[in-house]
Design a protein around this ligand. Structure first.
Ligand SMILES: Cc1cc2nc3c(=O)[nH]c(=O)nc-3n(C[C@H](O)[C@H](O)[C@H](O)COP(=O)(O)O)c2cc1C
Length: 199
């Protein structure tokens, strides 16, 4: 048996396909215990996670409209903004993954950013293993949100992860590409790497 089997079915669902429930308090604790195993160069912990749930989802939805308004040339909102706000209000949980970079640290900012992204992927895998699903998206990634989330100017939103349970009629496995064309075997300096998988 392939020990990775249970992760092979991980897939994303758009917000409108995610319903209740979302992880409980105890499950969130387990999830973030997993996240704390993320490879972290220099032990900087260059990440912060901000969870919105329950009644706060409506506040996040309102904030979304406000941000769209600020980004609009004439202050008017397009259908997309209303749709996005409506979907956010309906989803049970959002985990914002943001960087908390230490510019003074000897570990490069690039490495610190990679660590924060790896933490986000651990959230994705953990959610799946617990029977939930998430959509990692670039929601709220504008500079406008930085003061709202207590972020320093150099910090970035790694992603917002919408969290829930896929609605049963949308649950469908997706066929993934073969990794063959992306994997190579190094053969020494000056030699073109060969395909890793030959059969
Ligand atoms: C950094 C990052 C940002 C993303 N931003 C968006 C986004 O704004 N909108 C979107 O539809 N998908 C976005 N995606 C892609 C989805 O999260 C998802 O991976 C993609 O739809 C493929 O689905 P899968 O996870 O089932 O393979 C983003 C992914 C990453 C890693």
């Amino acid at each position: 048996m392939n020990p990775l089997e249970s992760l092979l079915d991980r897939r994303s669902y758009s917000l409108s396909k995610l319903g209740h429930p979302a992880p409980s308090e105890a499950e969130l604790r387990n999830l973030f215990d997993l996240v704390m195993t993320t490879p972290d160069h220099g032990n900087v912990k260059p990440w912060r996670f901000i969870v919105a749930r329950g009644d706060n989802m409506q506040k996040l939805s309102d904030l979304t409209l406000e941000l769209y308004k600020r980004q609009s040339d004439n202050g008017e909102l397009k259908d997309k903004a209303y749709r996005s706000a409506r979907d956010i209000a309906a989803v049970p949980m959002m985990i914002m993954v943001i960087t908390d970079l230490d510019p003074e640290h000897k570990v490069s900012l690039w490495d610190q950013r990679l660590c924060a992204a790896a933490a986000a992927q651990n959230i994705m895998s953990g959610l799946h293993l617990m029977g939930y699903s998430g959509l990692w998206y670039t929601f709220l990634a504008s500079d406008d949100v930085k003061p709202m989330f207590g972020m320093k100017p150099e910090d970035q939103v790694v992603g917002a992860i919408a969290v829930g349970t896929p609605k049963p009629h949308f649950v469908k496995k997706i066929k993934r590409q073969s990794p063959d064309r992306y994997c190579f075997e190094w053969q020494g300096l000056g030699v073109t790497p060969t395909p890793l998988f030959t059969k």
